[in-house]
Design a binder for this molecule. Structure first.
Ligand code: RFL
Length: 387
């Protein structure tokens, strides 16, 4: 079994297969130190924690993660909080930085004797339509190589080799939300005890705790403007303005240690199986980060794929592999639908004229409904924490 990519999807899959006696090789383009430092997600859904705990992969996050169950909306019509841990299914997030999770999964896999080749870039998956595919690679020494496989799991993200190797008939459902964010990591404690979404006429500002000393902020950002364009002072001023700090309390500032522009795009590949090649995680579907779902779906897909592969490789039953794509797509589309709804909730539509006014009034009405309707709040909570 060859797994492309050592992110959450590839490492959960590798751990599950290796623990059940399947020989795996993970090919990872980056060095290990880079994976330990790559800060991305942080909010893990209750089901993600259950999946990881079920397979003994949750020790670190259960020990060091923190529980989170409140979000606060700040809008032109005032402020309201949703205690989503008491709504819907009564589930909470566990906040645990993605790079810590990846470090835990890597350590577990390597300690158990799993094989991984760092600094090795997969270039293409050849012969996926048959049952003896080959992965072409560029090794750490720069030399080309060929790695034969029985099955290949494409867990190498949206720009990986798995996607590039798909046949022309592969369908990519795609949506550009027309919005960009400047994602920031600040060396500063959280400013509020909730996820903060400030919907402002100048654009969204977001606040998400990561650790007691590190906080993620987002600023809606003009597309094409480089991440470094603003000074730290200007960034903090703008965050304070959009988060209405003058009314609701100051932000706890600190050094900005990471900046990246994210264009909000979503896509879904269909199907998720091409002969011996399977897609999981961001390689299968990219989710706009508005609803913090990507890493959660990556873990879920990895478990679904591991179950199907084990049925085939251990019990000789290939029916799970035939069902994998449909099962996974059902979860992906539900998450995409909620994520799309969140994008529309959180941003003023761009443009001028009657159509823009119409969409903006809808957005306001959605926020009112979310503030006042218990049924709507239950729906929100179930989808916000659920995968
Ligand atoms: P990853 O994590 O991108 O890992 C893919 C791995 O593949 C390697 N790779 C290759 N290796 C070999 N050959 C090649 N040709 C290769 N090409 C790539 C890469 O080096 C990498 O190690 O994909 P995976 O496993 O599918 O996991 C997906 C998640 O990382 C992603 O969905 C989340 O980070 C999205 N996301 C969030 N998700 C959440 O569930 N909760 C959150 O709070 C959350 N916050 C975020 C996010 C994503 C963000 N960015 C960067 C868009 C916040 C941000 C800012």
């Amino acid at each position: 079994m060859v797994i492309l990519g050592a992110g959450p999807a590839g490492l959960v899959l590798g751990n599950l297969l290796h623990a059940n006696g399947i020989d795996c090789l993970v090919l990872e383009r980056a060095e290990r130190s880079h994976l330990h430092a790559r800060a991305r997600a942080g909010f893990l859904a209750a089901n993600t924690v259950r999946v990881l705990a079920r397979h003994g992969l949750a020790d670190g996050l259960l020990r060091h993660g923190t529980r989170h169950a409140v979000c606060e909306f700040r809008t032109e019509d005032g402020r309201f909080r949703l205690d989503y841990g008491t709504l819907g299914r009564g589930e909470q997030h566990t906040v645990y930085p993605q790079q810590e999770l990846v470090a835990d999964l890597l350590a577990r896999y390597l300690d158990a004797g799993g094989r991984i080749s760092f600094g090795t870039e997969a270039l293409a998956v050849l012969g996926a339509e048959g049952d003896r595919p080959v992965v072409t690679v560029c090794g750490a020494d720069g030399r080309p190589g060929r790695v034969p496989a029985r099955y290949v799991a494409g867990c190498d993200g949206r720009h990986g080799a798995a996607r590039r190797s798909l046949p022309p008939e592969a369908v990519r459902h795609r949506r550009d939300h027309g919005v960009s964010w400047l994602g920031l990591l600040a060396q500063a404690p959280p400013s509020l005890d909730a996820v903060g979404y400030a919907v402002h006429e100048r654009g969204l500002a977001g606040h998400m705790a990561r650790t007691p000393d590190v906080t993620r902020y987002y600023l809606q950002w003009e597309r094409g403007v480089p991440a470094e364009a603003w000074s730290e002072e200007r960034v903090w001023d703008e965050l304070a303005l959009r988060m209405r700090a003058a009314d609701h309390g100051p932000l706890r500032q600190g050094r900005i240690v990471q900046r990246a522009v994210v264009d909000l795009e979503s896509d879904v590949l269909e199907p998720l199986r091409y002969g011996s090649l399977f897609l999981a995680g961001d390689a299968a579907s990219l989710l706009a980060p508005a609803a913090a779902k990507g890493a959660n779906l990556a873990v879920l897909a990895a478990e679904l794929l591991a179950e199907a592969l084990l049925d085939d490789l251990v019990h000789g039953d290939p029916s799970g592999l035939e069902r994998y794509s449909a099962r996974c797509l059902e979860h992906l589309w539900r998450a995409q639908e909620f994520s799309h709804w969140m994008v529309q909730l959180l941003h003023h539509p761009s443009g001028v004229g009657g159509e823009t006014l119409f969409h903006d009034a809808l957005r306001r009405s959605r926020l009112t409904s979310l503030r006042t309707s218990r049924a709507h709040q239950d729906w929100f909570a179930e989808n916000y924490v659920g995968v």
